[in-house]
Design a protein. Structure first.
Length: 432
């Protein structure tokens, strides 16, 4: 078992993790619900929409497949040829549009994902089967970022334009000039967008109100430093650096928040945005911290928090939980108070994915060492009394994932399944 104790010392909170490891010999084998295989190497796999009922799989031989997430059955009669370097559009399409969008350098396409699954429209030429694009990728012309908005598909071109495409027919609704860019980020939240790019040695944000009518750009100078993390909230563009966070709007001076982070990771920054709440979560090394931006004060911890046994590499908001992970395992915090609600740690295996589903913490792990690359899944109950009482992982159950071995390219979680993405195969398992 794993034992964990919370020790209270004046002005100090320490979580001490001591590992007494479970024996894997008694693991129950969990059978796959379905398996999908392909000769070409899987390049990426994404959920089609927020309901996670369909998966899109792109392979390195430039084919695109759409699978039913519950059965693994292909929905397209024939895979689509999408060309070299095809990527999925950012974000999730609005409810009811039933569309999945991809883009490559010269082509944007939309695929219907409703009762009939087929290509809906294509903007740009059909890609040749063996498309080659010689030259420096940093100076090649073409579409660089495509993202979903409430009113259509936004697309940035390296030649300095942004365009809005209609979801239904692919018609270009409007286009704006924003200036050529070598590096750019596009943030979209419903009917608002911000383009972040370098203009000379300065950082500029271009604010756009997205609608069916051609908008005006509102440009803002953000200084000369690219932020470690940026995100669009209902109150404006939020940027995070090591010393401070700033909230930018097109019509007012920025609000500044002193956060004084000594060691921040881009993947370990999250925000919760609600009518009466704007909380910034981040890690300072191994310390998770929540800062209330509306009141400009630290929500938790109010005292110094020492390492929790993990050097947190990522943070993810899961409802009322905050999930922190590294290669050793995962820890679930109450995002409102910082209280530890569950953890699953094991130095013998490498944690490659974790999720919170139905009040359970699931962690997919891979055995360390030469010749032993099988996958296991561990499950711990969230808010079990042992999480803070000192009993640790007494409630931990583990399963071998049948046939899931070797290199793992990705792990996809739905409400009912975990899908292991391997170079030539997808295998789906139930969440026990």
């Amino acid at each position: 078992m794993t034992a964990a104790r919370i020790m209270n010392v004046p002005r100090m909170l320490t979580l001490l993790v001591v590992l007494a490891l479970p024996a894997y010999a008694d693991d129950v084998e969990l059978d796959a619900m379905w398996s999908w295989q392909h000769d070409g190497v899987v390049d990426w796999c994404r959920a089609v929409d927020g309901e996670m009922k369909q998966l899109t799989v792109a392979t390195r031989d430039h084919q695109l497949f759409i699978l039913d997430a519950a059965t693994g059955i292909a929905r397209l009669d024939e895979p689509l040829h999408v060309g070299r370097g095809a990527s999925p559009a950012q974000g999730t399409p609005p409810a009811g549009t039933d569309v999945f969008c991809t883009f490559s350098r010269h082509t944007i396409r939309a695929i219907s994902t409703g009762p009939t699954c087929e290509q809906r429209w294509r903007h740009g030429p059909a890609e040749p089967v063996r498309a080659e694009f010689p030259g420096d990728p940093e100076v090649l012309q073409g579409w660089t970022v495509v993202a979903h908005s409430e009113h259509g598909l936004l697309a940035l071109h390296s030649q300095g334009s942004v365009a809005l495409f209609d979801y239904t027919n692919g018609k270009q609704v409007w286009t704006l000039s924003v200036g050529k860019h070598a590096f750019v980020e596009l943030f979209v939240l419903r009917d608002r967008a911000v383009i972040l790019q370098k203009v000379g040695k300065r950082l500029e944000a271009a604010f756009i109100e997205v609608s069916g009518r051609r908008p005006e750009l509102r440009r803002l100078d953000l200084g000369d430093t690219w932020p470690i993390w940026s995100g669009l909230t209902t109150r404006g563009l939020l940027t995070v650096n090591a010393i401070e966070s700033q909230l930018w709007t097109a019509n007012a001076p920025p609000r500044r928040f002193d956060i004084d982070i000594h060691h921040i990771r881009r993947a370990a920054v999250q925000v919760t945005d609600a009518p009466n709440e704007l909380l910034l979560y981040f890690t300072d090394g191994p310390r998770p911290i929540a800062h209330d931006l509306l009141n400009n004060e630290r929500r938790w911890p109010r005292d110094r928090l020492h390492p929790v046994g993990l050097d947190l590499l990522t943070l993810e908001v899961c409802g009322d939980n905050l999930l922190g992970t590294d290669e050793l395992g995962a820890i679930v915090f109450d995002r409102h108070t910082g209280r530890v609600r569950a953890h699953q740690l094991d130095p013998r295996t490498r944690s490659i994915a974790a999720a919170v589903r139905h009040s359970k913490l699931y962690v997919v792990r891979q055995t360390r060492g030469a010749g032993t690359s099988g996958l296991r899944m561990a499950r711990v109950t969230v808010d079990d009394p042992s999480a803070e009482s000192g009993e640790g992982d007494d409630n931990c159950a583990t399963w071998k994932l049948d046939g899931a071995t070797g290199v793992v390219r990705d792990v996809i979680w739905t409400d009912a399944h975990v899908i292991i993405v391997m170079p030539h195969e997808l295998r789906a398992f139930p969440l026990p």
